[in-house]
Design a protein around this ligand. Structure first.
Ligand SMILES: [Ca+2]
Ligand SMILES: [Ca+2]
Ligand SMILES: [Ca+2]
Length: 388
């Protein structure tokens, strides 16, 4: 073979190789599932902005997961967003929720494209339209016995069933119905098929509630392949929101909102005068109890000099304070313990009291002439002078 012929052969082989490789790449692009790629979506025009309207599914022959979904629209770039569900190499398909971000107008047609990309960079794009129809967007078509407003006490035991509802299947969809709860740590959904056209769902408390931390829980429930009137509505997901309002239960002690840490008190302050004021509030805010205040005596020698107005939290002078000058070193602070207690609490009920220490510092303003504490000084003074 001539040198020219040999080179031609090599070029031919390279071309074949390039074609083969490109065919291979094309063959291994990710693909949308035929029945879950949206294409022409009929959507009730009253669908709430923020709700999930579709679940797209795609797979990759090489399992180059996770697949990345994206959406583009020249005229309506903010119409949708995609919530990509967790997907790994062990999954046969990857999924994403299509979320409507803006309200749609009746009879208007929205054009957009959906793309899916694998980790090797292969991309498949499909063109879709969304047509807003006057179909009902009421959840009652897809669900039965659904109560969207639930009230639950905060001390409900874990694993309690909070409520039940039924989700109806779309008879035009060959896939089964599946009910999911998104983004809720406190609750879970258990669903159980109840015939070919419906599934029974229980909302179960997964983690304890706490009114003091969170008073309302919003449960985003997605029913995949739920019943819709396919003549005017081709969503393959119906989203419904359930609001769980937490009822307050007495489980939190009071806390001080005002308790001056140190207060200077004149020893001339008269009996009955206010020294300071404390204030506490019930930590249970749903139905807070009134608070009353007492001084903890507990062998505290300073406590008898004061008394507490139980309702107002005013600390007042009970008896003359001048003797306090003898009991404490000059300007040394001493402590009083004040207790705040919830009124109306039951016997043996926990978490109904709290205490705080406050410091008082007596200021000597009586200006009496100095006195000897002991006559020994006088004796020593006389002895010292007579022996000079
Ligand atoms: Ca609580
Ligand atoms: Ca509480
Ligand atoms: Ca309380």
């Amino acid at each position: 073979m001539s040198t020219v012929g040999w080179h031609l052969c090599l070029v031919c082989e390279l071309l074949v190789l390039i074609i083969a490789v490109s065919e291979n790449v094309r063959a291994n692009l990710p693909t949308f599932d035929e029945d879950s790629r949206m294409r022409i979506l009929l959507l009730p025009f009253a669908t709430r902005a923020g709700s999930t309207i579709y679940r797209v599914r795609a797979s990759d022959p090489d399992f180059d997961h996770p697949l990345e979904f994206s959406f583009t629209s020249l005229k309506h770039p903010k119409l949708l967003s995609l919530e990509i569900l967790p997907c790994g190499k062990q999954h046969s398909v990857c999924e994403a929720n299509v979320i409507l971000n803006e309200a749609v107008e009746l009879d208007k047609i929205y054009e957009l494209s959906l793309s899916v990309r694998d980790t090797s960079g292969g991309i498949t794009t499909v063109f879709c339209t969304i047509q807003a129809t006057n179909a009902s967007s009421s959840a009652t078509d897809s669900f039965q016995h659904l109560n969207q407003y639930l009230t639950v006490p905060e001390n409900l035991p874990r694993d309690s069933v909070v409520d039940y509802f039924i989700a109806r299947k779309n008879p035009n969809n060959i896939r089964g119905i599946r009910v999911e709860l998104r983004q809720s740590w406190n609750f879970r959904i258990a669903d159980k098929l109840a015939g070919s056209d419906r599934t029974n769902c229980s909302i179960i408390l997964e983690q304890p509630l706490d009114f003091e931390t969170q008073t309302v829980h919003i449960l985003r429930i997605l029913a995949v392949n739920a019943y819709v009137d396919n003549r005017l509505d081709t969503r393959n997901v119906v989203e419904v929101v359930i609001y769980v309002f937490v009822m307050d239960v007495q489980d939190t002690p009071p806390f001080f909102v005002r308790a001056p840490p140190i207060t200077a008190v004149s020893d001339k302050l008269e009996i009955g005068k206010v020294v300071l004021r404390v204030k506490a509030e019930d930590g249970d805010k749903g139905n807070p109890r009134d608070i009353h205040y007492v001084i903890m005596v507990d062998n505290n020698p300073f406590a008898p000099f004061f008394f507490m107005e139980p309702q107002t939290g005013e600390l007042k002078v009970r008896k003359k304070l001048v003797p306090l000058n003898q009991m404490v070193r000059s300007k040394a602070p001493f402590l009083l313990t004040i207790m705040a207690e919830e009124l109306g609490s039951l016997i043996n009920e926990a978490n109904t009291t709290t205490t705080v220490d406050i410091a008082l510092m007596v200021e000597d303003e009586t200006n009496d002439p100095p006195e000897f504490n002991s006559d020994r000084y006088a004796v020593f003074y006389v002895w010292f002078l007579t022996n000079l």
